[in-house]
Design a binder for this molecule. Structure first.
Ligand SMILES: [Mg+2]
Length: 375
């Protein structure tokens, strides 16, 4: 089998409702992605997706398309897509960084190999560990009253974990939001606080002091992604688990965080981490050192979510919380059928071949604003 052509589709789909994030990321109205099709001479087409979110990621849809065309495609054309490990090693040498563009390619390779052998991709990643995963639901930045209404709705919809977005408001307000949410829903829901790098070390410690016993279950990436020593200081004082998200894109960054004993957990996002091969390496390294994994998501559509589910279902070291497989529910529409796996706060691993997701060609066409074919 040989890779014969690549197609790239830059898509943009509005959110179901605007999504308020930290002061670094602002309020978002549309989600953008690059959908990748990898064609083979056997007629099998592999699907991939890159989910750039500037400034979360340095990459943008435009860079994903250009890097794929100019740097990845020349290394892929004519190659046997089954040789995933060899392809990864070669691309590591030939293309520095660009993990999102790399991730789309890697997902597509697993999709092709799974489809060629009529097995789900998780069988290529070690086999099932759990066939169902609990979901978390994100809560955008708001007032304690808005938070309470959102959390109540999520509980009614079957969710057992919420991820409250902080980092956009003054720290005193965030303390009040945390205390209010914990007091109102005590024992009924797990709470992750994600500040998306919106705080300083001092603000994070002020938050911990201010909330008293109204602790979240986990705090994610409170400070700048490069500040490992700051995270380590926070870790020593944290009254709950601490995770890195923006700070753990590459396997090397994961190793540095482990060495510094800076966190308890990593947020894995298959697109951010450069695909399944690199993400599973991060998860396994974490496991060796006793760290846990939160399967998290960017603002993703169904292909990345499907790839992420193929990985999440094989991992032995997931956090006992909900995981982020609800991304397509935040969108006004999706270009895949991934949403059918979700019901009442739980996602079920599909048994179909490859990534286990189908593309809706009509919708892909409708939402495509830029297109590139490489042969
Ligand atoms: Mg995060």
């Amino acid at each position: 089998m040989k890779i014969t052509a690549l197609e790239l589709f830059h898509i943009s789909i509005p959110f179901a409702k605007p999504y308020k994030l930290s002061r670094v990321y602002g309020t978002r109205y549309d989600a953008e992605a690059v959908i990748l099709k990898v064609h083979t001479d056997k007629g099998i087409v592999g699907l991939g997706e890159a989910d750039p979110l500037n400034p979360f990621s340095e990459e943008t849809p435009a860079t994903v398309m250009v890097v794929t065309r100019d740097h990845l495609a020349p290394q892929l054309m004519g190659q046997n897509p089954s040789h995933i490990s060899a392809i990864e090693s070669n691309l590591d040498v030939m293309v520095h960084g660009n993990l999102l563009a790399r991730g789309a390619v890697n997902m597509a390779l697993f999709d092709i190999v799974g489809k060629a052998n009529d097995i789900p991709a998780h069988m290529l990643l070690g086999g099932l560990h759990q066939s169902k995963l609990k979901l978390l639901s994100p809560i955008g930045s708001g007032t304690p009253e808005e938070d309470a209404a959102s959390i109540q709705q999520q509980i009614e919809d079957g969710y057992k974990t919420v991820m409250i977005k902080m980092g956009a408001l003054p720290i005193a307000d965030e303390i009040q939001r945390m205390i209010a949410a914990r007091e109102k829903f005590i024992g009924r829901i797990k709470i992750i606080v994600d500040a998306n790098q919106g705080w300083t070390v001092a603000e994070t410690l002020e938050f911990f002091d201010g909330i008293g016993s109204s602790r979240p279950d986990l705090v994610e990436q409170p400070i700048d992604r490069h500040d490992i020593s700051g995270l380590k200081r926070i870790h020593r004082r944290a009254p709950c688990l601490l995770s890195a998200d923006e700070g753990v894109a590459s396997v090397q960054e994961a190793a540095a965080l482990i060495r510094a004993q800076a966190v308890d957990a990593f947020s894995i996002k298959v697109s951010k981490n450069g695909g399944l091969s690199k993400a599973i390496k991060i998860a396994a390294t974490a496991d060796a050192f006793g760290l846990k994994i939160l399967m998290n998501s960017m603002l993703e559509f169904g292909i990345t979510q499907a790839a992420s589910l193929q990985l999440g279902c094989v991992l032995p070291n997931l956090l006992d919380m909900g995981h982020a497989y609800m991304s397509v529910l935040r969108m006004s529409d999706d270009i895949t059928d991934f949403g059918q796996n979700i019901s009442r706060g739980v996602v079920t691993v599909p048994s179909s071949a490859g990534l286990g997701v189908r593309l809706n060609e009509k919708k892909l066409k409708k939402y495509t604003k830029d297109y590139l074919k490489i042969e």
